[in-house]
Design a protein around this ligand. Structure first.
Ligand SMILES: Nc1ncnc2c1ncn2[C@@H]1O[C@H](COP(=O)(O)OP(=O)(O)OP(=O)(O)O)[C@@H](O)[C@H]1O
Length: 695
């Protein structure tokens, strides 16, 4: 059914729902829209037709403001899109993108409630509209999950979300694809009915050219330009065609002929004049055009600073709607939520269990040429830590054969006169080299594994110290090393490598989980058109970022509580300082991770590249931040780079708080906080700039 509305009257700008003048848009070198003029009169249905790839979706994105035009003017309901204080994007426009843009974990009811909240509808209003739309669009039960719906059903839910708030302007990108003919007719009938009031305008793209005969105006697009614009009957009459499809084919042939006469391809050639259906008109203008609005006219649309400021301030209603959305999604994915909570604990537990501990059960060959059970060698060996060192008594030859075969990590050998020579060393002032040699423990090590070799050296020294203290009594000072390690100033004699690694590991885990979750969720939401859809519904980028930050803070808080419980209570990592400072520093590192995730998602469009970016910086950052090995070991030029990384000073600050009990009055502590805050600010600004540049 075709609406019998008069469309051929020239429309003033105030009568136009949408006006595009000389609009150009390129993706890199690819020119997608070239000097395009289009006019959607108020209270009309405009059918935008054209082959796949001709630029329809790009044009709609420029109209809603999610894409910036390279040149020209666009006005939507009288003002440029995204004009401060103007509700476009916002509730005046109902946008159905091509990608459907629905949250799969939502039910139909969740979906419509979410958009209702963003548009400021009361729950009663949302409910009433929901009931109507479920009935009108023949949707399944309201509590059906979107991910369980068929393609056509999802498309109808997406259309329902666009119709929800009774907008003044409907922008629909292929709403009837995959919809059965009966429902398609019903949708068109509904569109015709709502424009009858004169207040609602619709621009709709469709591949079913013939259904566009029900539109009041059609625009035929090819290679980024409008070939013709006018009422469907007029277009067909002009080309003596019985169908719109034939008319369109003729227009395409004419367009190709003109291009070849001008000696260029249709894609890159000079502008062809668009066809008009009124005699005597300037053919360079489409039928409904009123000429380009003067630049000064558009510049009148500048809002005063108060309106701008109000427009820039985040709306708590939107933030709350987005946070509720995230909570609902979390609730629907309990497995994923548990994984997010438990993963850091699992990671830190693995680090505490597997990194930094002493090797156990190391096989060592013992060649003892003394036989007496009361000899010093037997006594010394009894002080060796048996849980770490497995002593295997062997002959000299078998011991060396074994170590060459990789069976033992070391050989400990005592000469047959060890006891007497050691006694001589203690009692006599001057002893021969033979006595010194015979009174020494001889050790051969396999140094291919440094950690094991170091442990064996340490255990032998300890065993010898214990032997000297216990067996030699007052003579002990004669064989003791002339170096005495007093009680440590900070830390304890038993401080192991795990203690060094843990604070940095906690920060690193918190940072990277936040990076991964933020980058992935934003990249996926953008890919599925959800970010654009929310933006067109009136949610600003700042509101999206804040809502994500607040929701993620909840996740980070639970992660940190579990992490601290495990490292302090289960693994007994000491904390001499303020627990509040410890928590604040870890939270701030989480926020830095979120901000960095935002940078990745602002700069990158697909999840594979986002994953690569996150993984690409993981190892360099971990290795260079002094988390697993001290910064002091890094060669100088690299060390300067290491010091500016987000976790280097922060790890040092956390170690200072936890092991030295320092507070913010110490430079090494406040420096960690300052660098973390600095990175936060930098990443947030960078993400905002990239987002602005890429629109
Ligand atoms: N993000 C992008 N980056 C680069 N090129 C793009 C991008 N989006 C679209 N294009 C290109 O721009 C051209 C127009 O695409 P657009 O999606 O606007 O076409 P369309 O007319 O809506 O097609 P369809 O009817 O198949 O949806 C195509 O050649 C497409 O490859």
């Amino acid at each position: 059914m075709k609406a019998d509305l008069e469309v051929s009257l020239p429309a003033g700008q105030e009568d136009c729902a949408i006006q595009c003048r000389d609009v150009c848009r390129s993706y890199g070198k690819l020119k997608v829209l070239t000097n395009l003029n289009l006019t959607v009169p108020q209270g009309h249905i405009y059918g935008l037709l054209g082959p796949s790839g001709c630029g329809k979706t790009t044009l709609l994105k420029c109209i809603v403001g999610t894409l910036k035009i390279s040149r020209g003017h666009v006005t939507v309901l009288g003002k440029p899109p995204a004009f401060p204080g103007h509700d476009v994007p916002g509730k005046m426009v109902g946008y159905m993108p091509q990608e459907l843009a629905l949250y799969n974990e939502f039910t139909i009811s969740d979906t419509l409630s979410f958009f209702g909240r963003i548009h400021g509808l009361t729950s009663k209003e949302t409910q009433a509209r929901m009931n109507f739309l479920v009935d009108f669009l023949d949707l399944p039960q309201k509590h059906s999950l979107v991910r369980n719906l068929s393609g056509g059903q999802r498309r109808r839910v997406s259309l329902g979300a666009a119709l929800l708030q009774n907008p003044e302007l409907l922008i629909l990108d292929e709403p009837t694809v995959g919809v059965d003919p009966v429902l398609r007719a019903k949708i068109w009938q509904h569109l015709v009915e709502i424009v009858r009031t004169g207040k609602v305008s619709v621009i709709i793209t469709t591949h079913y050219i013939e259904e566009a005969r029900q539109a009041n105006v059609v625009g035929l697009m090819r290679n980024g330009r409008l070939l013709a614009e006018g009422p469907p009957d007029a277009v067909m009459k002009q080309h003596s065609a019985t169908t719109l499809e034939h008319a369109f084919l003729q227009l395409c042939e004419m367009s190709d002929q003109t291009s070849s006469k001008l000696g260029s391809s249709p894609q890159s050639g000079p502008l062809e004049k668009s066809q008009s259906f009124e005699s005597g008109r300037d053919e360079s203008q489409p039928i409904l055009a009123v000429g380009s609005p003067a630049a000064e006219e558009l510049s009148k649309c500048s809002a005063d600073w108060k309106v701008r400021a109000r427009h820039m301030l985040p709306k708590w209603r939107n933030i709350a709607a987005l946070m509720i959305k995230t909570m609902v999604r979390m609730k629907r994915m309990p497995g994923s939520l548990c994984f997010q909570f438990l993963l850091p604990v699992i990671q830190i537990s693995l680090i505490c269990l597997c990194v930094g501990g002493d090797p156990k059960g190391i096989q060592v060959a013992v060649v003892n040429n003394e036989t007496s059970p009361s000899s010093f060698s037997q006594s010394l060996l009894s002080f060796l830590d048996n849980s770490s060192v497995n002593q295997v008594p062997l002959s000299h030859k078998d011991a060396f054969d074994g170590i060459y075969n990789g069976e033992y990590w070391g050989i400990i050998e005592f000469g047959k006169n060890f006891t007497s020579y050691l006694t001589k060393r203690m009692l006599q002032r001057q002893v021969s080299r033979e006595v010194v040699d015979g009174g020494s423990v001889h050790v051969w090590l396999d140094l291919t594994n440094r950690q094991i070799a170091l442990m064996l050296q340490k255990k032998l020294h300890k065993a010898f110290e214990a032997f000297v203290d216990n067996k030699l009594g007052s003579m002990s000072y004669t064989v003791a090393l002339p170096i005495k390690f007093e009680e440590p100033i900070y830390g304890s004699q038993n401080t192991d490598f795990t203690t060094f690694v843990t604070p940095g590991a906690v920060l690193s885990i918190t940072f990277y989980l936040a990076v991964g979750l933020t980058a992935l969720s934003f990249v996926l939401e953008r890919k599925e058109g959800l970010l654009d859809r929310c933006w067109v519904a009136g949610v600003s980028s700042l509101e999206t970022m804040l809502a994500h930050l607040f929701s993620q803070l909840f996740v980070i808080s639970v992660q940190i509580i579990l992490l601290l419980l495990f490292i302090l209570l289960v693994f007994k990592i000491p904390n001499e300082g303020s627990l509040v400072l410890v928590i604040i520093l870890i939270v701030l590192q989480g926020v830095t991770g979120i901000s960095f995730g935002l940078v990745i998602s602002a700069a990158i469009d697909d999840e594979q590249s986002a994953n690569q970016a996150a993984l690409g910086i993981f190892y360099p950052n971990l290795i260079m931040s002094g988390i697993i090995w001290p910064v002091e070991c890094i060669p100088y030029p690299l060390r300067y780079l290491s010091l500016v990384l987000p976790q280097t000073y922060a790890s040092e600050a956390l170690r200072c708080i936890m092991y030295r009990g320092w507070d913010l009055s110490r430079m090494m502590v406040w420096r960690g906080f300052a660098v973390t805050l600095g990175w936060n600010t930098f990443f947030l600004i960078l993400a905002t700039v990239i987002l602005k540049l890429r629109t």
